[in-house]
Design a protein around this ligand. Structure first.
Ligand code: A3P
Length: 320
């Protein structure tokens, strides 16, 4: 395995030299791989995931662009899919973070291990895992199998502000805080980790339109507006619809409640320890407000982003 690892590292070094490169927002460089920008640290586990992951037909993937509601969607999908496995007062979310319960493939599981033991990593079955990998770059077995994908996107302005504030927390102590102007320009040019944002969203959007039984495309704002009906939709998509009895007993509302921002933000488990990115778990719970961008973006920034949204999403059928 060590020899394979060595030749793999050498291959990766060679590959990195051939890729277009830009300065990252926080530290290090970003490399353009298969149309998206990756940090050198994430590139290796992402390629391991691409090469070695074997999907089962029964698998469920939570796929997201960072800061679009990953934490929330992980909690909701976990709680819906496995709802008959635990008693209400023994809900795993009371003692583990959503990121510990639904492990991330390229940013966690494959980080130090090109062939992780996924059977042990996924305590409950069917397996539930998460990824930020763009649709076109997903391992072929995910696309070719019957495994289901749940994707969430968010208004680009709110997502951008959330990303900017979160990235500020990722920087080294001696690094000055990230200038909004500078990162806004990079964001508009698609130069950010996993960017361009619009390409990421559109790939999943188009794939969900072509194959709605395989990919459920959700919007953060719709979940905010009516979580109960979105949860019913999610359960139906996952093949575990809520029964009339469950609905009468208030199971849908219970899941919405335990996964709610106010509930999760207060839990001790989400206020201690570090995420695999090195960021404190509590930083995944900021404000969760729709429209918070209006407190930060200048009118000219709004104008530029609105124009970009129009250009990118025109004729796609996707709106924010
Ligand atoms: P804000 O920075 O706007 O507050 P991700 O989970 O993809 O990293 O996204 C983080 C964003 O989702 C943050 O947005 C965070 O506050 C919000 N969030 C986290 N948990 C949430 C929940 N249970 N319900 C709604 N929003 C949540």
């Amino acid at each position: 395995i060590q020899d394979v690892e060595k030749s793999y590292d050498a291959e990766l070094q060679l590959l990195v030299h051939t890729l277009p490169k830009e300065e990252g927002w926080v530290s290090g460089s970003l490399y353009l791989y298969q149309g998206f920008w990756w940090s050198s640290l994430a590139l290796k586990p992402m390629i391991s995931f691409q090469r070695h992951f074997e999907a089962f037909d029964s698998d469920v993937m939570v796929a997201t662009f960072p800061k679009c509601g990953t934490t929330w969607l992980k909690a909701l999908t976990f709680s819906t899919l496995y709802r008959d496995r635990f008693a209400r007062d023994e809900h795993p979310l009371l003692v583990s973070t959503p990121h510990q319960l639904v492990r991330h493939l390229e940013y966690d599981v494959y980080i130090n291990n090109p062939c992780p033991d996924l059977e042990n990593i996924c305590v409950y079955k069917p397996r539930l895992l998460a990824t930020h990998v763009p649709h076109a770059s997903l391992p072929t077995s995910i696309k070719d199998s019957k495994c289901k994908i749940v994707y969430i996107c968010r208004n680009p302005m709110d997502m951008f502000i959330s990303l900017w504030l979160f990235s500020n927390k990722l920087r080294d102590e001696n690094q000055e805080s990230l200038s909004l102007d500078k990162v806004f320009d990079k964001f508009c040019r698609g130069i950010h980790s996993l960017g361009p944002f619009f390409d990421h969203v559109l790939e999943y959007w188009n794939a969900s339109q072509e194959n709605p039984d395989k990919i459920l495309f959700l919007r953060y704002e719709d979940l905010k507006e009516d979580i109960n009906s979105q949860l019913k939709h999610l359960a139906m998509f996952l093949g575990v619809p809520f029964t009339k009895d469950e609905e009468k007993q208030g199971v849908v509302e219970e899941i919405a409640e335990i996964c709610s921002f106010d509930k999760l933000k207060k839990l001790e488990v989400n206020n201690k320890g570090l995420h695999t990115s090195g960021v404190p778990h509590k930083d995944f719970f900021r404000k969760a407000k729709v429209g918070d961008w209006s407190n930060y973006l200048t009118p000219s920034m709004v104008e530029r982003l609105e124009k970009l949204i129009r250009e990118k999403l025109d004729n796609s059928g996707l709106t924010f």
